[in-house]
Design a protein around this ligand. Structure first.
Ligand SMILES: [Fe+2]
Ligand SMILES: [Fe+2]
Length: 305
């Protein structure tokens, strides 16, 4: 149905070419440099419009958002690896290349989670103040996986293509951000490139077995998952504001706090929701599996622009 030009064997071969170890990217306890921003301007653009923030506060906010950004990946990877483990199980005695691609993907996601946790331990130690992040990954994984397998695959496709786009369009060319943070995102992108293709192969497999009605319904479910995700992003913003107050030693003026709250939520929406909904590969896949659903997604994306 998706007319793909690659197969599971291609994903395995590419994964073997680019694989890295945790210590290649970050050693346990490695110190972090807090003199530069972590996230590129393109991912936190709305914050630039907030008046009345001094440079130190802007830098703190960027670094707090950078820590939250990595944790949000660690958070969603919980359900992705559990889902892919189920997909690998379904290939038992089936296609060995599919099983290899899927089990490698599970192992890579576990490694990414370890990397992001390693980063967080150094961040918590070196930033000087504890920074809250969403902790309910297993609970959320359970909720996401209660949806139809096609809906779960669509949100996964969204997340993994979005990751590609963040790196290739925003991170790679930004020379103002911390080089270590950039290298960490580069290594993540190298392996996520295969994941996004495996997602398309899995989505194609599921879509071919489903009726038109099931495919349309799955896109509706995907939109519902995005709304729930947006609520979680709002929770992360509140944690970030508390972290910022701790870092500054004094709370922001109420009007400035409100402006930061709104701008940061808009940054997260743009980064985690809008990017994925409008990604060319996601849009083209949706147009093939559910033209009606693709139109609904395009209309809804405006809300997250
Ligand atoms: Fe990952
Ligand atoms: Fe992934």
């Amino acid at each position: 149905m998706l007319d793909l030009k690659f197969d599971y064997g291609d994903c395995v071969a590419r994964s073997e070419q680019v694989e890295w170890t945790l210590d290649d990217v970050m050693e346990e306890g490695q110190p972090l440099d807090f003199t530069r921003p972590f996230l590129p301007a393109a991912l936190v653009g709305h914050l630039a419009d907030v008046p009345g923030l001094d440079d130190a506060t802007r830098l703190h906010l960027n670094q707090i958002a950078g820590n939250a950004y990595l944790n949000l990946f660690q958070f969603v990877e919980e359900y992705i690896l559990a889902t892919m483990l189920e997909h690998a199980q379904a290939e038992l005695f089936g296609n060995p290349q599919a099983m290899r691609a899927l089990t490698r993907m599970v192992d890579e996601e576990l490694k990414h989670q370890e990397l992001f946790k390693r980063f967080r331990r150094s961040f918590d130690r070196d930033f000087g103040h504890p920074c809250g992040v969403l902790e309910s990954a297993a609970e959320v994984a359970h909720v996401i996986m209660s949806h139809s397998p096609i809906a779960v695959m669509i949100i996964t496709l969204h997340i993994e293509w979005m990751t590609q786009q963040h790196y290739t369009e925003s991170v790679r060319r930004d020379d103002t951000i911390d080089p270590f943070f950039k290298s960490l995102l580069r290594h993540h992108w190298l392996e996520e490139s295969q994941h996004a293709r495996i997602d398309m192969l899995e989505l194609d497999k599921l879509a071919c077995m489903a009726s038109e009605e099931m495919r349309d319904k799955a896109v509706e479910e995907y939109l519902g998952i995005l709304d729930a995700f947006d609520d979680l992003l709002g929770e992360q913003v509140e944690l970030d504001l508390a972290s910022l107050a701790a870092a500054r030693g004094v709370a922001l003026e109420p009007a400035t706090k409100k402006a930061v709250e709104k701008a940061l939520h808009q940054c997260y929406r743009h980064t985690f929701i809008w990017y994925g909904m409008t990604n060319r590969n996601v849009v083209e896949s949706l147009e093939k599996i559910s033209p009606k659903g693709a139109a609904a997604v395009a209309a809804r994306a405006e809300r997250f622009a």
